[in-house]
Design a protein around this ligand. Structure first.
Ligand code: GLU
Length: 418
């Protein structure tokens, strides 16, 4: 695979830099850097108007040294193989930082699901599942939701896989509906985990009085919503939030409950009473203490980073800051809770779901949330303490902890055949 200058290229550069810092030898480096498998599939489906259209899809397995591969499936018109490979690499690191026994993978389908009918979308997912069938399974590779997919999509995948096996195999995907083996607490897990990591970072920075700290959140999806609700419950002031249609700002703070009602009534955060409509980019430049980008990759570029006033950024989304954005933020001494830590709550509860499926023994929501919180506290502390001791940024620290674990597993297992 060649190295180009895009988001994957940046990750590969970052990989080499961290591998140098760890002093990884060449053999381990090449075995941990590149995806072990990448499957490209075409997905023909019959459209409602009778035409047959073909879509492109991928499943990339980056690494399986520490256990079966794990990672979501994105459905988006901009998806390509390199973006999927990039996210598969991040999944390997995320599972390693979180210390859960998985490697990393990611899937993608290049399609705009908003333009498809439900029947077309279901056909797309089921045919995609059939094409990636040789790769997936509860002990091989376990997909989950990501941008453009949800619990219903996981139900279609579980059903398609099960039909080919002649038995019900719930552990083939996570993020399923509760009625077919989904875990309580999975839906909110990423946002919930993001808050725990953020609060741990504030403790680490010795910011004691969190009440009244101001926050701007990018996004209104599965990650952003619980962040909004929990931070408001904790007495922090969420002053701005956005969705795909716009953003709103009130320096005195937003009422989470009323905002969610407004969003479900009107379909957007725009025109929420008592707030000022702002453009999405402006949200990052507001005079706030904390930013939570929790929507799409690459939102914070160099130009936006230059105008950021926040002291702390918790990366709820995958790769929300571009590489040159990071350089600016580092110079400005902005503390970053990195994505592979800040949004690992989702895959952590995916792990809990998989364990529950394998045991056919289900936990209460409190159990799930308590276990998630304990894990996030421990993992966050480990990352922040390690980074301080090693005198690196928390972003590099998280990457180093993860790569060290993957490298060690690779070394112990050895190279087959020799
Ligand atoms: N798509 C989510 C992520 O990027 C969850 C993956 C999973 O649960 O396997 O972390």
């Amino acid at each position: 695979m060649e190295e180009k200058d895009d988001i994957y290229g940046s990750t590969l550069k970052q990989f080499d830099r961290i591998a140098d810092m760890l002093g990884l030898d060449e053999s381990i480096r090449v075995r941990t850097k590149w995806p072990v498998r990448s499957l490209e599939v075409s997905i023909p489906i019959e459209m409602d108007d009778g035409r047959t259209e073909s879509f492109l899809g991928w499943r990339v397995q980056h690494n399986r040294a520490r256990g079966p591969c794990k990672g979501g499936i994105t459905v988006h018109p901009d998806v390509n193989q390199r973006k999927v490979a990039n996210n598969a690499t991040l999944m390997t690191l995320k599972c390693a930082v979180a210390d859960i026994p998985f490697g990393g993978a990611k899937g993608g389908i290049r399609a705009d699901h908003k333009k498809l009918s439900i029947r077309e979308f279901e056909s797309l997912i089921r045919r995609y599942t059939t094409e990636i069938l040789p790769l997936i399974g509860p002990d091989k590779d376990i997909p989950a939701p990501d941008v453009g997919t949800n619990a219903q999509v996981m139900a279609w995948i579980a059903d398609t896989f099960s039909m080919t096996q002649g038995k019900t195999v719930l552990g083939v995907v996570t993020g399923k509906p509760i009625d077919i083996g989904g875990s309580l607490g999975r839906q909110e897990a990423t946002g919930r985990g993001c808050v725990v990591a953020l609060l741990e970072s504030l403790k680490f920075l010795e910011i004691k009085n969190i009440k009244g700290l101001t926050v701007a959140i990018e996004g209104m999806g599965n990650v952003a919503r619980p962040v909004l609700e929990i931070l408001c419950q904790k007495g922090m002031k969420v002053v701005a939030i956005s969705d795909s249609q716009g953003a709103v700002y009130n320096p005195h703070g937003l009422n989470a409950k009323k905002l969610l009602e407004h969003k479900s009534k009107t379909g957007s955060v725009k025109n929420f009473s008592g707030t000022k409509d702002i453009i999405q980019g402006e949200l990052f430049e507001l005079p706030v203490d904390i930013l939570v980008p929790a929507a799409i990759p690459g939102s914070i570029n160099k130009k936006i980073a230059e105008n950021i006033q926040a002291r702390v950024i918790a990366e709820g989304a995958n790769a929300p800051v571009t590489l040159d954005g990071y350089s600016v933020l580092e110079e400005k001494d902005v503390f970053i809770v990195p994505d592979i830590l800040a949004n690992s709550g989702g895959v952590i509860v995916s792990y809990f779901e998989w364990v529950q499926n394998l045991q056919s023994l289900y936990w209460t929501e409190k159990d799930v949330n308590d276990k998630l919180e304990r894990k996030m506290v421990n993992v966050s502390r480990r990352v922040f303490d390690f980074s301080k001791q090693t005198e690196v940024s928390s972003r590099d620290g998280a990457f180093m902890i993860a790569l060290k674990k993957v490298a060690e597993a690779t070394r112990i297992r050895g190279l087959y055949p020799r």
